[in-house]
Design a protein around this ligand. Structure first.
Ligand SMILES: [Zn+2]
Length: 334
């Protein structure tokens, strides 16, 4: 049965400090066009006319981030909201482990032999992937901005090092002592979209890698919505700063100096959005990767966005119809 909340029971939406964003993080252009106005489930969203990146402007202020993860974020098994309520959710941990085993590990082992390699696992969450990497022979350092996640990962006793590290420090990995890794993995949850500057984050990862080191990173493609909660592809919460597509992900990686080995829609991952399977490599000394920032055709971008929104609306109608049919069938058989 659905319960209706009265006005008094509705939790207040915390008013947070916002930060003006006047230029594009990827290409530096200041030609920004409003695409979606702000609502309770998103920030105002703009499109860069230079490279076609979509992002929040204004966005949540950087100094609000740590508090946001403590107070409002509830996506992980180990968020304070869950731990403070019913405790770490074992079902969520099992789900993380199955994605790590069936999806993430095959991508990694296709590109490298893990024996005796050093790996930095960013946003390790409950530690499922970090544990599997360790069992495959890697020496793993795992970091996460939620203490209950880090505690859970540490309690596995299978990962060489597990650290709590606030999101705001993810752009200062070398300064925090994380250096000389053979690989960086960020496959347990998408990270780029939640960084105040994906470029600063990727530069920081580039700095932690040895020459020839690999980056495995997960992100979603804005133009391929696969599930229909919310009424717009931008309704993904106020701490979601950036929305990507294959070309802007590729542009980010090459603008930082990575050689892009893989960057395409993954056939297996399509929960809320289709995921982009991305593998990049830091060039060896003497090699250089070509900087390749996408050039935007604003009309084509808007047409693609329009199509994505329309496909979302269609799915919503189909889901609604399916729900109604199921309810009717249940009524007949009850
Ligand atoms: Zn741009």
């Amino acid at each position: 049965m659905t319960q209706t909340m009265t006005a008094q029971e509705t939790p207040a939406i915390k008013v947070r400090k916002m930060r003006a964003v006047k230029t594009c993080d990827l290409c530096g252009s200041d030609a920004l066009e409003e695409i979606a106005e702000a609502t309770s489930s998103r920030c105002r969203t703009v499109m860069c006319q230079g490279c076609g990146l979509f992002f929040a402007s204004p966005s949540l202020a950087v100094e609000e981030l740590e508090d946001f993860y403590d107070d409002e974020f509830e996506g992980d098994a180990g968020t304070n909201r869950r731990v403070g309520g019913e405790g770490i959710e074992t079902r969520k941990i099992a789900k993380e482990e199955s994605i790590a085993r069936d999806w993430a590990m095959p991508i990694i082992t296709e590109h490298m032999d893990l024996a005796d390699k050093t790996v930095l696992d960013i946003r390790c969450r409950s530690g499922g992937l970090a544990e599997m990497l360790s069992k495959a022979g890697a020496v793993v350092t795992a970091i996460d901005p939620l203490e209950p996640n880090a505690d859970h990962a540490r309690a596995r006793n299978t990962i060489a090092q597990v650290d709590f590290l606030p999101v705001t420090q993810f752009t200062r990995l070398v300064e925090n002592g994380y250096e000389n890794f053979d690989a960086v993995t960020a496959l347990t949850i998408h990270t780029l979209g939640h960084m105040p500057s994906p470029k600063a984050f990727l530069k920081s990862i580039f700095g932690t890698l040895k020459p020839g080191g690999y980056l495995f990173i997960d992100e979603k493609d804005l133009f391929y919505p696969a599930r229909t909660h919310g009424s717009s592809v931008f309704d993904t919460g106020t701490a979601h700063f950036f929305h990507f597509s294959i070309d802007t992900i590729r542009g980010y990686l090459s603008s930082v100096g990575f050689e892009v080995l893989e960057c395409g829609l993954d056939p297996a991952r399509k929960k809320a959005f289709r995921h982009v399977r991305t593998v990049a490599r830091k060039p060896l000394e003497g090699e250089t990767a070509a900087a390749d920032i996408p050039v935007c055709d604003p009309q084509a971008r808007k047409a693609a966005l329009h199509q994505a929104q329309a496909s979302m609306q269609r799915k919503r109608l189909v889901n609604k119809l399916a729900r109604k049919t199921r309810a009717a069938v249940r009524k007949v058989w009850s």
